[in-house]
Ligand binder design. Structure first.
Ligand SMILES: Nc1ncnc2c1ncn2[C@@H]1O[C@H](COP(=O)(O)OP(=O)(O)OP(=O)(O)O)[C@@H](O)[C@H]1O
Ligand SMILES: [Mg+2]
Length: 245
């Protein structure tokens, strides 16, 4: 673990009384019922909870991909729940990487081009970048770089989606079940990569997971039930610092 993190205490994600109600015809589906938490710079946080408890909804709201029914999401102090779409897109582009539960790869592009395109969209000067080939190699996908998503297995698509999200080393990485389709070896490889990015570049990482090993890799686990937070967990490093200060 990177003990340098003890000295950094900037809050990069603040979620305040977040509520989300989906409307399906005339039916209202409450997905989040008032969620509060903060994530500090350089933290690696896992969100766990049963299917349907609101984890993906929460991550989409933190990523500025949805607007909440009520409450706020602050990214580096910017309230992305109320700014214009243009500003929200800019915050996303400059600061965040997102791994979708359903991968969302562009179906006509190869694995390599999906990653290259993401890198171009993020633009130059967006942190020190990795190369698409390097990351494909790291994730055991070099031989598959010319394949389009329909020519890849679910687990391979998942790894391409992860590569696409991390290529520009975003300061905040949000990943929805990034090891959900992977066997234990590939899962470990992805978790080691995320942990490495977290330690080397101080990237803040929030993942949703059902996997106990993934949760153990994180510094802290937030537990959700039925649209609420049961337990915010405690970051051992920060707890140590509080004790000694
Ligand atoms: N677009 C939508 N329209 C209507 N209801 C939705 C929509 N998306 C999610 N929901 C509902 O909101 C609730 C929370 O869904 P969400 O996808 O956030 O759960 P989750 O915790 O990610 O579940 P899983 O572990 O199965 O991925 C569920 O009751 C779900 O049916
Ligand atoms: Mg989900």
């Amino acid at each position: 673990m990177n003990r340098n993190r003890i000295t950094r205490k900037k809050v990069v994600v603040a979620v305040e009384d977040l509520q989300m109600v989906y409307r399906v015809g005339k039916v209202e589906v409450p997905a989040l019922r008032g969620v509060d938490f903060t994530v500090q710079e350089g933290e690696f946080v896992a969100v766990m909870g049963p299917s349907g408890c609101g984890k993906s909804t929460l991550l989409h709201l933190v990523g500025g991909l949805l607007r909440p029914t009520a409450g706020r999401v602050l990214i580096d102090g910017i309230d992305i729940s109320s700014v214009s779409d243009v500003k929200r897109t800019e915050v996303r582009r400059l600061k965040m990487g997102f791994v979708f539960q359903s991968y969302n790869l562009l179906s006509t592009l190869t694995a390599k081009d999906n990653i290259e395109l993401a890198k171009q969209i993020q633009g130059p000067g967006h942190h020190e970048e990795g190369s698409a080939l390097e990351i494909l190699q790291l994730l055991g996908l070099k031989e598959k770089m010319g394949h389009t998503p329909s020519e890849l297995s679910g687990g391979e698509q998942q790894r391409v989606a992860i590569a696409r999200a991390v290529i520009s080393r975003p300061s905040i990485l949000l990943a929805d079940e990034p090891t959900g389709s992977l066997d234990s070896d590939n899962s470990r490889m992805v978790l080691d990569m995320l942990q490495g990015l977290n330690e080397m570049y101080g990237q803040t990482i929030v993942i949703i997971t059902h996997d106990a090993e993934a949760a153990l890799t994180a510094d802290r686990t937030i537990e959700m039930r039925d649209g609420r937070i049961l337990n915010r967990g405690k970051n051992v490093l920060y707890a140590m610092e509080e004790k000694h200060s």
